[in-house]
Design a binder for this molecule. Structure first.
Ligand SMILES: Cc1cc2nc3c(=O)[nH]c(=O)nc-3n(C[C@H](O)[C@H](O)[C@H](O)COP(=O)(O)OP(=O)(O)OC[C@H]3O[C@@H](n4cnc5c(N)ncnc54)[C@H](O)[C@@H]3O)c2cc1C
Length: 477
């Protein structure tokens, strides 16, 4: 009798190093690849036109690659817990194989699917693939989850890694064409400014990141020194590829091995991604609450105008505005720009962190609930290993340090194109004559700062200080 298995693709849209696909191939004579268009995700709390577009384009390429190898992709639409068990029962499969998901929604969904399949005597078998080490694989010496990144990274580095698997040459599927992949709408960002979707483009990005130049050094080797510079493209730009599983993190880490600070720091950043997945796995409440209970009572402000100015890149602080405009135009932000923009919302504007978190998730092609929540909680000083609350990024100094000539700001805030480097991060500090001379009158051509840095800093320190005091009192926090 022919044994049939389903491989259910989700955020693992690749053929290289795909343990679930290999397991299905080992267990069955016929492998049916399936993707479910999940309305809950497309319309839910974290919906994003940019991610929907990138996912669909990547899926088109995956469907071609699967069909080329003999297994046309089936597309289902609806709730996975309803549509998958129905198809699996229809095909008479023994097992459905999938890459293990770690985020709270994915875990709930998979439990519901497993229950639905069990009713028909079918198993849901999940395999690693999204992380080098599964979020529940590492623990402290006394068996607890890590709450400190440094200790997590040391354990993560020391744990043995599995070997990456090759892409299969042939996948024996069912005859016939695959299902059409529905149009999921246009992205809000400009596709010409977004990384090319699909596994092949992701692999080219990884190759380029690791390819030595004539002098023998690869871009990754310069990472430690230049990664925070906003005016240089000195990071890997692999985040959407890891988010959508176009690349295997095991392969990325394996291939980035080697001596030197660049490679060491790059691997350490890959570990941040896994640290935040680990933290959210153990504390799903973080999508609703601060990690630090003492800050649960932090009094944030209600100020829709300030939120709108921040989200639209009109705060009057050039580096913050450049960041938010880049985010909207491209669906991406470098890490330093994410920290500066997030800090401005949480500290300078004293708005609820969740508002910024949701704005980022709406735009980011790499939007990932664990990394995004971790980054926001860190910046808002409420998370694991928090940024100390009394440290409030000064956007002018951050701009001068990480965009010394103002090239980044001028690229995204064209109103400031003519402002000399000395004042491109604080145009209001020029007198009116100088402003007129460079074609940028503050308050007319470019907004005046919506808050004063020193006042906003004092307001944030007072609010954080009060919340900590209240949290420390018996019965508080
Ligand atoms: C407020 C805030 C929100 C963020 N939201 C997300 C998000 O939704 N999705 C996301 O992938 N990253 C997020 N990050 C982390 C980081 O900013 C991006 O991963 C990084 O900028 C992507 O660019 P890159 O691929 O060139 O990264 P590189 O600097 O080349 O790093 C390599 C890879 O390591 C991982 N990584 C690097 N830094 C971090 C970090 N601080 N936290 C977690 N993973 C990291 C990413 O997968 C990245 O692709 C957030 C950071 C902050 C401060």
């Amino acid at each position: 009798m022919t044994a049939t298995a389903i491989v259910w693709f989700r955020r693992d849209l690749r053929l290289h190093d795909h343990p679930a696909l290999h397991a299905a191939l080992a267990a069955a004579d016929v492998v049916v690849p399936v993707f479910v268009i999940d309305e809950q995700l497309l319309a839910g709390r974290w919906a994003s036109a940019n991610r929907a577009w990138f996912m669909r384009e990547s899926l088109l390429e995956l469907a071609r690659a699967l069909a080329d190898r003999g297994a046309p992709l089936r597309i289902l639409r609806g709730r996975p817990a309803e549509v998958l068990p129905a198809l699996a029962a229809n095909l008479g499969v023994a097992d459905v194989h999938a890459t293990r998901d770690a985020a709270p929604y994915g875990r709930r969904r998979d439990r519901a699917v497993a229950d639905g399949l069990a009713g028909a005597g079918i198993g849901l078998r999940t395999w690693p693939g999204l992380y080098v080490h599964e979020p529940d694989a590492l623990a402290t010496a006394d068996g607890r989850p890590f709450g400190v990144y440094g200790a997590f990274r040391r354990a993560w580095d020391a744990a043995p890694r599995r070997r990456p698997l090759p892409a299969p040459d042939r996948i024996p599927g069912l005859p016939g064409p695959g299902d059409p992949i529905p149009d999921l709408g246009r992205p809000s960002a400009d596709p010409a400014l977004m990384p090319a979707p699909g596994e092949a483009a992701a692999r080219q990005r990884l190759d380029a990141w690791l390819r030595p130049d004539a002098a023998g050094g690869a871009p990754v080797d310069g990472y430690a020194a230049a990664r925070d510079r906003l005016d240089l493209d000195a990071t890997s730009r692999l985040s959407q590829d890891l988010r959508w599983g176009l690349l295997s993190p095991v392969e990325v880490v394996e291939r980035a091995a080697g001596p030197g600070d660049g490679r060491r720091v790059f691997r350490a950043e890959m570990a941040w991604r896994e640290f935040y997945a680990h933290v959210l796995w153990h504390h799903p409440r973080l999508l609703r609450e601060p990690y630090l209970a003492a800050l649960a009572g932090l009094e944030t402000r209600h100020d829709p105008d300030a939120l709108e100015a921040w989200a639209g890149g009109r705060t009057g602080y050039p580096v913050v505005d450049a960041a938010m405009r880049q985010l909207r135009a491209t669906g991406f932000l470098p890490n330093r720009a994410r920290m500066i923009a997030a800090s401005f919302l949480a500290k300078h504007l004293l708005l609820a962190r969740e508002l910024g978190e949701a704005t980022f998730m709406r735009h980011l092609v790499d939007g990932d609930v664990a990394s995004n929540n971790g980054g926001w909680q860190w910046t808002a000083s409420t998370g694991t290993d928090p940024q100390p609350f009394f440290r409030v990024f000064n956007p002018v100094l951050q701009g001068r340090r990480f965009d010394p000539d103002g090239a980044y700001v001028r690229r995204w805030v064209p109103e400031l194109a003519g402002v000399p480097a000395a004042h491109v991060h604080d145009p209001w500090a020029m007198d009116e004559e100088a402003q007129a001379a460079c074609g940028c009158l503050v308050g007319r051509d470019y907004p005046a700062p919506i808050v004063d840095h020193a006042e906003a800093r004092a307001r944030a320190l007072a609010a954080y200080g009060a919340a900590r005091e209240a949290g420390r009192r018996p019965g508080g926090g």
